[in-house]
Design a protein around this ligand. Structure first.
Ligand SMILES: Cc1cc2nc3c(=O)[nH]c(=O)nc-3n(C[C@H](O)[C@H](O)[C@H](O)COP(=O)(O)OP(=O)(O)OC[C@H]3O[C@@H](n4cnc5c(N)ncnc54)[C@H](O)[C@@H]3O)c2cc1C
Length: 311
């Protein structure tokens, strides 16, 4: 096998990709993990991962992810902070293009996860990094004792509102719906936190500010009344989109844009696997993504042994 040839190339360095890298290397497979820019994926910027086995009080993602990576490196996995830009089936093997050249593998695991959706409103892109953010734990310390807003009503929005409340003077959750879709524990903690104010039926229509964000324009569902809310920060958690650009011409995705797989994380193309939140039917939690990664790596190991693909 030449230097740029692998048994398994894993595209994605979130908890699914990291766990797959560990499992594949432990199975003795020559394994390369392409992590893209975010080693650890979403988890790396989360101050308290809830519901991950072994950590009853939660664990910071920036602590957990490097440990899994170290464990994978210790087992023999190679890592590169490189983005995969193309994927091609080539004579019974796969070729993954990156900015640093191509790598070849007999099997490829896609674990590219998701990206946070944006609001698509005026001012949002212009003020990104100047008050508009997707990362509460990164920016919360900079907004100490200020008033900040969170857009959304699911787990991510409420979890990050609670993180922000540890630093900010006040956190205003702006949610277009009339109820939260988050888990009951987060709803209760938000309701009990005196620093958090909730405004249901509120649509954010514009981010306003010159050098940095100073306010947002809102419209109330129902009466359509508009108004401005003064905010030093706006944190947007309005859903996740699967990161599948790489696969546009490679295989058919499901209606949500995710990769259909069977119980062994096999796609419908021999040698191509998917794991984590990028795959159809993912439970969306860190523990399930890690489990997917392990399942996919062991499934790839079996495929590399016997070369068969049918169930
Ligand atoms: C704000 C927030 C809070 C959350 N809190 C919790 C929690 O408390 N508990 C919990 O269980 N879950 C939580 N989750 C969900 C959890 O983050 C996901 O389940 C988990 O991150 C999924 O892991 P993943 O590896 O599938 O994907 P991701 O974490 O999305 O990682 C994707 C990886 O793929 C890489 N990548 C993407 N495209 C490419 C490419 N072309 N080439 C190379 N690499 C690429 C990225 O750089 C990244 O490393 C939270 C999510 C959010 C957004």
């Amino acid at each position: 096998m030449s230097n740029d040839e692998y048994d398994l190339v894993i595209v994605g360095g979130g908890v699914a990709g990291l766990t797959a890298g560990l499992t594949s290397a432990r199975a003795g497979r020559k394994t390369r993990v392409l992590t893209g820019a975010a080693l650890g994926g979403h988890l790396v910027s989360i101050e308290r991962i809830d519901g991950y086995p072994g950590f009853p009080d939660g664990v910071p993602g920036y602590d957990l992810c490097p440990i899994i990576q170290e464990q994978a490196v210790g087992a023999g996995a190679e890592f590169a902070a490189t983005e995969a830009t193309g994927l091609h089936a080539d004579d019974g093997t796969w070729r993954v293009s990156t900015g640093e050249g191509d790598v070849r593998a007999r099997a490829v695991l896609i674990a590219t996860g998701t990206t946070l959706k944006t609001l698509g409103i005026p001012g949002e892109e212009r003020l990104r990094g100047k008050g508009v953010s997707h990362c509460a734990s990164c920016d919360a310390p900079l907004l100490r004792n200020r008033i900040v807003g969170v857009v959304g009503g699911g787990d991510s929005a409420l979890q990050e509102a609670l993180t922000l409340a540890q630093h900010a003077a006040r956190v205003i959750i702006l949610h277009r719906g009339t109820a939260f879709s988050a888990q009951p524990d987060y709803i209760q903690r938000v309701q009990e936190n005196p620093k958090v104010e909730v405004r249901f039926g509120t649509i954010v229509e514009e981010a306003i500010g010159n050098g940095g964000l100073t306010s947002v324009r809102t419209r109330t569902v129902g009466d359509g009344k508009t108004g401005d809310v003064e905010l030093a920060g706006l944190f947007v958690y309005v859903g996740l989109a699967p990161a599948t650009t790489l696969l546009a011409d490679v295989l058919a995705l499901d209606a949500s844009g995710r990769i259909p797989v069977d119980g062994e994380m096999r796609s419908n193309l021999p040698g191509l696997f998917a794991a984590g939140t990028v795959r159809s039917g993912s439970a969306g939690r860190a523990a399930s993504a890690a489990g997917d990664g392990a399942t996919a790596a062991l499934s790839a190991d079996r495929y590399l042994k016997d070369g068969t693909w049918s169930g």
